[in-house]
Ligand binder design. Structure first.
Ligand code: NAD
Ligand code: G6P
Ligand code: MN
Length: 440
């Protein structure tokens, strides 16, 4: 059986150890001969890499492990690039969240002006990874979950249309795990779903069991009461995420014929989100004090002790979708998965060039979209506005256009007026001068 070589781009990510543990857990399904970490921050990556080196030696000593900041070393002789970079790191995430809040607008990693700001940083970083992969391993596939995935996907569609890059998000997977729990199913894979939308902006329209029984009525009853706030065994959900899962109840009430993605809360209830935000302490602060501190602390402890035996680092079970996706390409499994792909008729009454999130059948030649047909006026109107925001951001990045970026922020449902949009934009330009192209 062929063994694969993997490059992890963003080796210094807080998610890297969980993904490595997950890969090691799945070696029977997806054999690996080599793992290479790549990051442009040597110091940050080294903390994670030294611990992962020990973990790999203890669990799978046959795997060759390399970590580097040199693109040629990282991208040569690889079959898959798993990409999760955060251009500007948490320091810039914090600014993305806090700057809009100063203007009374919500501050979020991937939604509204914060997401636009992050997008303007990510486009160049992800395109650079694609180019390295194509230069050093032209047959490789990139599995990309670097955010903001909607903007990154549109940028790769525009700038690298023929590249072998698959854009995927774990939010629908996390929600489906909750739905399965509420329905008393063993696994989310016991459900067959239909879904349409943009990334972090979508709806389930049909959920059935493998026998074809409609599970939506039972789910509606639950979601109307508790949203998606249900306890998941082995998962310690933070308070702010529990709020989001509960708020899904109010999002659901706007269209009870569908099940919403949790991220819609930012577009339907921006006033609520602003009221419930602390402008001096946002999600970036929570993550730095929580996940980052924990993961880096555990990694340093592993390196000091020289063993991972009593480490509290855990397998990221959520992330097993990455193995499902890699296996679909490697073994032509024809797995049905939600991916962010060019619409091209999958939603028949929507822009064919939009990057949409729809179920696809994934095989060795990549994804084949499953047609979702016509979508209702309500969602169509919302999606046309949001996809225009995303397209304008990419055009602004390509053309270096201040005007288009101002239009993009003005068009976001989260922003009340063009004057507020301009004030936010001017602050974001100042904060992002080391990252954004110069805008004229
Ligand atoms: P993190 O800051 O801990 O890790 C990101 C790493 O990327 C850092 O080590 C940083 O040095 C590195 N990096 C930044 N720019 C780079 C570049 N140009 N080239 C190479 N490396 C670069 O962030 P995190 O919280 O662990 O998240 C990582 C990424 O995964 C983010 O983009 C996040 O939004 C994304 N994510 C996506 C999903 C999804 O559903 N698609 C889920 C979880 C996380
Ligand atoms: C979900 C989304 C990701 C997002 C993450 C943020 O997993 O799908 O796209 O990056 O949440 O989580 P955090 O804990 O960093 O706020
Ligand atoms: Mn996501």
């Amino acid at each position: 059986m062929k063994k694969f070589s993997i490059a992890v781009a963003g080796g210094g990510s807080t998610f890297t150890p969980g993904i490595v543990l997950m890969l090691l857990e799945n070696l029977d399904k997806f054999p690996i001969r080599q793992i290479k970490f790549y990051d442009n921050d040597a110091e940050r990556q080294e903390v994670i890499a030294k611990a992962c080196d020990i973990i790999i030696k203890e669990k799978a000593p046959d795997i060759n492990f390399v970590y580097t900041t040199d693109p040629e070393t990282a991208f040569t002789d690889v079959d898959f690039v798993m990409a999760h970079i955060r251009v500007g790191k948490y320091a810039m995430r914090e600014k993305d969240e806090k700057i809009p809040l100063r203007h009374g607008v919500l501050g979020q990693e991937t939604c509204g002006p914060g997401g636009i700001s992050y997008g303007m940083r990510s486009i160049g970083g992800v395109i650079e990874l694609v180019d390295y992969m194509e230069k050093y391993s032209p047959n490789a596939w990139m599995l990309n979950y670097s955010n903001p995935a909607a903007i990154v996907a549109e940028a790769t569609r525009r700038l690298r249309p023929n590249s072998k890059i698959l854009n995927i998000c774990d939010m629908p997977i996390g929600i489906e795990i909750r739905m399965a729990e509420m329905l008393g199913l063993k696994s989310r894979k016991d459900m067959v779903i239909r879904y349409f939308g943009l990334n972090h902006f979508g709806w389930w329209t049909d959920i059935r069991d493998k026998e074809g029984n409609d599970l939506m009525p039972a789910l509606r009853e639950k979601v109307a009461k508790i949203g998606y706030n249900v306890e998941i065994e082995g998962e310690n959900t933070e308070a702010s995420w529990n709020d989001t899962f509960t708020k899904a109840r109010d999002v659901f009430a706007i269209d009870p014929t569908t099940m919403p993605n949790t991220y819609l809360k930012y577009y339907f209830f921006p006033d609520y989100v602003v009221e419930h935000s602390d402008p001096n302490h946002t999600r970036a602060n929570e993550v730095m004090e929580g996940r980052e501190k924990f993961v880096f602390g555990e990694c340093r402890a592993i390196a000091e002790k020289g063993t991972a035996k009593d480490s509290k680092l855990h397998v990221d079970d959520h992330a097993s979708y990455i193995v499902d996706l890699a296996r679909a390409i490697a073994y032509d499994t024809k797995e049905r998965m939600l991916l962010i792909v060019e619409n091209d008729g999958a939603i028949s009454n929507f822009d064919p060039t939009a990057m949409v999130e729809v179920p696809c059948i994934v095989g060795s030649n990549g994804p084949e979209k499953i047609v979702q047909g016509k979508i209702p006026q309500f969602q169509k109107g919302l999606m046309e506005q949001q996809v225009s925001v995303e397209k304008l951001v990419v055009e602004a990045w390509i053309e270096g256009s201040y005007q288009k970026l101002w239009q993009a922020i003005t068009l976001s449902r989260t922003v009340p007026s063009a004057s507020v949009a301009k004030a936010i934009l001017d602050d974001l330009i100042e904060a992002n001068k080391d990252f954004w192209p110069v805008l004229k």
